[in-house]
Design a protein around this ligand. Sequence first.
Ligand code: PAF
Length: 323
Amino acid sequence: MIIDVVGAGSLGLLYGGKLQTSGISVRFWTRTSVQAGQLKQEGMTIMEKDREIHIRPDEIQAYPASQLANVWNEKPGDWILLTVKQTHIDDFIEQTATLTVESRQSLKIACYQNGLGHLEKLQAAFSNAWLCSAITTEGAKRTGGKVCRAGYAETLLGVSKRSTKANAEIVDEQQIFTLAKVMQQAGFDCTVSNEIDKPIYRKLLINAVINPLTAIWRIPNGELLHKKERISIMRQLCDEAMNVYKAMNVQLEGDMWDQIQGVCRGTASNTSSMLADVLHKRTTEVESINGSIIRMAKEFNLKVPTHEMLFHLIQGMQSEGVS
Ligand code: PAF
């Protein structure tokens, strides 16, 4: 089996590295040729609680994503794990513009997502591809060629109900089970869910509360709970989003407010992905996170003023030197 990992950030390297160690042929697709060159020169190390995995430079297949279509047209892979941020989905679509009709029909993409909107873009670009959503609580930190796995977490794969009817009908669920099995063999707690939208909405809500606030206050996740003023804004964000979910008839298990606080405690020392983007002057995913809540609220004529305010504050930060 050939798995193409598009996006060699910490998550992409973690999945790709472990899949490769389990015997899968993995091709890494990086944003620049310098990054591909570095991987091939340095190899990579995955550090887990109980072991270290080393992949030698000569064992790495890494290419700039601009070559993806050419290589794929010659030698198609079995699955693409799309681990890029929402902000790079358009680049991926552009990079694959020269895929042949045949290649497009055989594309199977598992799309890792933090917010919403990926699926809609991919469906518009690849009407015949099989698209499945991937939601994970895996976390990893990358320093050069070293990837440190945060802990053992869960990955869910499934076809979203937000998929167009055409996409949902062509996806062969058996192939998703095969991918899940391959992931399990590589050491991931991976299962197929026929209710993938629930974890998608759950993650969206958690991110919509934690991410913008940590990015504005520049604090690790756990510190959100250290002041009553912070907790009160978190609560407003949670209540506004839950109101939208109620109108949409999205039902999530358990008390979401408790769960959000639980994530803050469980990831207390983490730098949220949005804070990391702000600190590195990268475009954030606010558009697909709080932006999605705002768009869904509009559909139901609901007001989400705290999300709107934070959305604009984060967008305002981005224009200062962020592409
Ligand atoms: O985006 C993130 O950083 C994570 O999803 C979360 C849950 C906020 C933890 O850092």
